[in-house]
Design a binder for this molecule. Structure first.
Ligand SMILES: Cc1cc2nc3c(=O)[nH]c(=O)nc-3n(C[C@H](O)[C@H](O)[C@H](O)COP(=O)(O)O)c2cc1C
Length: 391
C-alpha cells in the first residue's frame, strides 16, 4: 500500500471551498413511502450518450440509503431564492419536507416547488470513493421549471451567479450612488416643482435597487424607501433594458414569464428608445407591489418578497411601460411614472430617474423633458469628473 502525502483536512476544505458549485437537492422516496432528500454540491453531468449524471453522497449520510433503496432519485436544481430550502436539506434528521410543496416526477421521486429544473434518474452505478460514494444516475426525464438564477455555494457562503451580460450597467453601486449624489439637488427641485416624488434606481445583478428618493412635500404616492429592491424582469425596467447591449437585453426578454410576449416587449423597447423615456402606469400595480414591499425589510428582501413581486410582474402586459400607449387606456390609473436613463459616454445606463405625475399625456411629456435635462446635466458632470481624475 502506498501512503500519499498527508493533507491537512482544514487546508483541503479551504482550497476546495474556493471552487464554486451549484446546489441541488437529491430527493427520493424511502421504503415507507416517505420523501427523503439531501443538499448536494457535488452534482455533475457525466455523459450525453447515454445520458448520465453523478453526485457524491457521504457514507455517513442517513438520507442517501433511504433514497437508494428505491433505486431512483430526482435532482432538484435550487434557485437563488431557495437558500432556506438548501439549509433544511443540509440538516440531519427531521422531516425536511414538512413545510414544502412537492409533486412526484415520472419516477415518483419528489420535484420541489420553486426549483429551476429537475432531472429524474434511475441509480445506474454506485462506486466507492474514500469516505464518499460516487452515484451515477441514468437520466429518465428532465425539464426546466423556471429559467431563473440558480443558487451558488462558494467559500462557505450562498450567493447567485451574475451573468456578465447583466453587468451591462454596473456591477455594484459605486457609479449609481455617485450619479445619484450629483442628481440629488435636481431631484429635490423637480419633486418640489411637481409636488411629487422623484426617485433614482440602478440595476445590480438581477434586481432594480432604489438608491435615492426626493419627496416634494406632497402626499406620498408610494411608500418608497431607499434600499428597496424589485426583480429586474420584463416587462418592467424598460428604461434600463432599452439601451442595454444585445446580450443583456436578451436576458431581460427571456426573463418574461407571464403574459408579456416577445413581440410586444420588443416593440415597447423600440418605443422607449425612440421617445427617450418609459412610462410605468397603474395605481393598482403600485398599490400591490408596494404592499408587498412594505412587509419587507429594506435592503434585506426575503425570497418570499421576491417571489411575490415576480408573480405580480408576470401579470403585467408587455406594453406596460410603453410611452406609445395613451393614458386613456389606463384611465383608472391616477398616477403614472416617467422614467429616463442617465447614461455614460458608452451608452450604458448608470441610473434611471423616475418622476410620478398624474396619468395625462401632457404631464408625461413635461416630466420626460425635465428628467432628460437632469440626466444630461448629471452625465456631463460625470464625464467632467472622470476627465479631472484622469489628469
Ligand atoms: C452547499 C452544500 C453542499 C453539500 N454537498 C454535499 C455532497 O456533495 N455530498 C454529501 O454527502 N453532502 C453534502 N452536503 C451535506 C448534506 O446536505 C448533509 O450533510 C446531509 O444532508 C446530512 O443529512 P442526512 O444524514 O439526512 O443525509 C452539502 C451541504 C451543503 C450545504
Amino acid at each position: 500500500m502506498t501512503v500519499g502525502p498527508t493533507i491537512d483536512p482544514g487546508a483541503f476544505r479551504e482550497v476546495l471551498g474556493h471552487f464554486p458549485t451549484g446546489v441541488v437537492v437529491i430527493a427520493g422516496i424511502d421504503q415507507d413511502g416517505a420523501p427523503a432528500g439531501m443538499a448536494v454540491g457535488s452534482f455533475t453531468s457525466v455523459s450525453l450518450d447515454p445520458p448520465l449524471v453523478a453526485f457524491l453522497p457521504d457514507r455517513s449520510s442517513t438520507s442517501w440509503p433511504k433514497i437508494a433503496s428505491s433505486g431512483k432519485f430526482c435532482v432538484n436544481i435550487l434557485s437563488a431564492e431557495q437558500e432556506v430550502v438548501c439549509r433544511a436539506f443540509a440538516s440531519r434528521g427531521g422531516d425536511k419536507f414538512a413545510s414544502l410543496n412537492w409533486k412526484p416526477a415520472p419516477s415518483g421521486s419528489p420535484i420541489i416547488e420553486g426549483v429551476v429544473g429537475w432531472i429524474d434518474c434511475d441509480v445506474e452505478q454506485v462506486h466507492e470513493a474514500g469516505d464518499h460514494w460516487i452515484v451515477v444516475g441514468a437520466v429518465r426525464e428532465l425539464d426546466i421549471v423556471d429559467p431563473t438564477l440558480p443558487l451558488v455555494f462558494f467559500r462557505g457562503g450562498y450567493g447567485h451567479f451574475s451573468p456578465l451580460s447583466l453587468r451591462a450597467w454596473s456591477n455594484d453601486l459605486v457609479m449609481p450612488l455617485r450619479a445619484a449624489d450629483l442628481a440629488r439637488p435636481y431631484m429635490e427641485a423637480l419633486a418640489n416643482q411637481y409636488g411629487s416624488e422623484c426617485i433614482a434606481s440602478a440595476v445590480v445583478g438581477d434586481e432594480m435597487v432604489l438608491v435615492a428618493a426626493a419627496n416634494g412635500g406632497a402626499q406620498r404616492w408610494t411608500p418608497t424607501q431607499v434600499g428597496q429592491r424589485i426583480p429586474f424582469r420584463a416587462p418592467i425596467g424598460t428604461a434600463f433594458a432599452a439601451w442595454a447591449p444585445p446580450a443583456a437585453q436578451e436576458v431581460w426578454l427571456k426573463g418574461a414569464d407571464g403574459s408579456a410576449t416577445r413581440d410586444v416587449l420588443e416593440t415597447t423597447l423600440a418605443a422607449v428608445r425612440e421617445r427617450g423615456y418609459s412610462v410605468g402606469r397603474g395605481s393598482p400595480w403600485f398599490a400591490d407591489a408596494f404592499s408587498v414591499l412594505a412587509r419587507a425589510t429594506p435592503g434585506r428582501p426575503s425570497p418570499e418578497t421576491s417571489q411575490e413581486l415576480r408573480a405580480l410582474i408576470a401579470l403585467l402586459p408587455g406594453d406596460h411601460e410603453s410611452p406609445a400607449v395613451g393614458p386613456e387606456r389606463d384611465a383608472h390609473a391616477g398616477i403614472s411614472t416617467v422614467n429616463v436613463p442617465i447614461q455614460d459616454p458608452q451608452g450604458a445606463t448608470i441610473l434611471v430617474l423616475t418622476l410620478a405625475v398624474p396619468n395625462r399625456r401632457n404631464g408625461q411629456l413635461a416630466a420626460a423633458d425635465s428628467l432628460r435635462k437632469v440626466a444630461h446635466e448629471v452625465a456631463s458632470a460625470l464625464v467632467a469628473e472622470a476627465a479631472g481624475a484622469g489628469r
